[in-house]
Design a protein around this ligand. Sequence first.
Ligand SMILES: [Zn+2]
Length: 228
Amino acid sequence: MTVSSLSKIILGVKNIVVEKVEIEECNLDSQLIISARPHKRDMCRCSVCGQKSPRYDCGNGIRRWRAPDFGTGLKVYVEAEAPRVCCPEHGVVVQQFPWARRHSKFTRNFEDTVIWLSLHLSRKAVAEYLRISWDTVGPIISRVEKELSANNQPLDNLVNIGIDETSYKKGHKYITVIVNHDTNAVVWAAKGHGKTVLEPFFKQLDVKQRSKIRLVSGDGARWIKDTV
Ligand SMILES: [Zn+2]
């Protein structure tokens, strides 16, 4: 296996060009820096709509995104130039990157790990385990929620699903999350909890999608039982 292939596995994306991989010493700590760029066909795409757009300028230069750790705790970052493009619809915006969501300093697979861990651990525990600041967990959850609600494809072919609620903002705010047990993917999320939050999930499914669901797991809360 080449270093480039290994880097793509770490970043969770195939269609990129890995230019360089090196170890950087930082405050007595080592970190792995993967310099990469999107494939030519994915360069200069608007980060809002994905449309190919003319390059505007070089933006703020080189950007870094934190990726999942390698081995027993080597921090990994992907680094790339982040030019701005001029989208006919969305104006001047930073170009899209296949490994990260818009406005994020983390890779997609890192954020997906945050979501999964948030279903099982407190925000403090998630932040400590992943070595991130506790106040980045909430924005990550919001970003993934936004993406999922804009794309309802994951709602096809649900058979075994899990419903869970998790809190953020010191336990004052809740988010309800639906997981597809067969793919281990978060397929839907919404702010709040309770029947009024969960009902729209089932209402947006068509008859065919609903009839495929065979198993629903949850913590036994009355609002989950009643809605299901
Ligand atoms: Zn656009």
